[in-house]
Design a protein around this ligand. Sequence first.
Ligand code: 5RP
Length: 229
Amino acid sequence: MTDTQDEQKQAVGEAAAALVEDGMVVGLGTGSTARFLVDALGRRVGDGLRIVAIPTSERTAEQARSVGIPLVGLDTHPRIDLTVDGADEIELGSLALIKGLGGALLREKIVAAASKRLVIIADESKLVKRLGRRTPVPVEVVRFGWQATAAHLRELGAEPILRHAGGDVPFITDGGNLILDCKFDGIADPRASELAIDDVVGVVESGLFINRAECALVAGIGGVRRIVR
Ligand code: 5RP
């Protein structure tokens, strides 16, 4: 069997949607894999599942509304039962993650931090032995003085590149900030790197997610498998 990447994303989206139970507050991730989760959950809501959900981006909020998932905020629901989200890299063994290539890392981390459980969904291409060799770490920074922030990140060994939405127009996050995609030569100690990046003045949050995922549902040619730490 040779599933396409989209079929694999759909398989993990549907497997994660099956984890959702009546009465739950659910965190909805962002990205092409999370889209399949939202579609599958929308179908379950249509069949009578009673949940409320908190989206991690305006994009996901729009999709969730379009499939009939009732949305709430952290103001009324500060504790989330289960969040399902994608990832750009998943480190085997530790389940440390790089997230944010989709630009939603800040809300994703706030929602993850408010969640009792975080389940990551991905296809096998996201599994790595060491984070950061292939994928830059997205870092959300405030607009004021971003060049100075980038210089500090360079001192940490990163090669920061300002993300663009197209042409010369910088990408602006849902929080109104910029993203610096920071290429490292591999990340030996993800927690130390997360702390060092967060310590830089001007940084709002980094796309390193450490000790947050309970498990990852990973789709490959043989089907979906559950990976734990
Ligand atoms: C968005 C994210 C996404 O979860 C991550 O980029 C994975 O996206 P995709 O499922 O499209 O590969 O962190 O900020």
